[in-house]
Design a protein around this ligand. Structure first.
Ligand code: ZN
Length: 171
């Protein structure tokens, strides 16, 4: 069974005025992400929204400006995306969607063995989620046109690393 992971398509990352906006590249992937949500929904495959969700004084803010604080508007999924009640929401505090969450258990119970990733940032939450997924023996596909980063060089590096080192498929 396949599943779509929609990673961090949240106001603080995607809105131009978000607390940690990735810039125009974040806006540019929205139509592609919407299309994939539509495709997976039509086929009846699980769609999981992965949402960065931090404590006010989260340790991650030693490295990055404060963003996606629990209960704030910036932590919400962008309104362009259609989230249905049956879609699983995974809140995470670290880069990987698997760290400290029940994502692996959820996927296994649904019989999912192959993941398709879209979202931001290619070199941070997408890459480290892909790494954990590979370590857990999932097949991982990354939609090249559905991921973005504020850092173009790091974006390119992450795609290469995902393919050549982690064994992900770039699709
Ligand atoms: Zn974060």
């Amino acid at each position: 069974m396949k599943a779509l992971l929609v990673i961090d398509m949240l106001k603080d990352f995607i809105d131009e005025k978000g607390a940690l906006s990735v810039g125009p590249v974040g806006q540019e992937i929205i139509p592609f992400v919407k299309e994939k949500i539509g495709d997976f929904r039509q086929k009846g495959y699980p769609i999981i929204f992965i949402c960065d969700n931090h404590e006010k004084d989260d340790k991650e803010f030693d490295m990055f400006p404060a963003h996606c604080i629990a209960q704030t508007a910036g932590a919400r999924i962008i309104e362009d995306l259609d989230v249905k009640d049956e879609n699983k929401i995974i809140k995470k505090r670290r880069y990987s969607a698997f760290f400290g969450t029940d994502l692996d258990l959820y996927l296994r119970e649904k019989g999912v063995d192959e993941l398709f990733l879209v979202g931001v940032c290619t070199n941070i939450c997408v890459l480290y989620t892909a790494a954990d997924a590979r370590n857990l023996a999932y097949k991982v596909n990354i939609y090249k046109d559905g991921v973005a980063s504020f850092d173009e060089k790091a974006h390119e590096f992450a795609l290469k690393e995902a393919k050549n080192t982690l064994g992900c498929q770039l699709v």
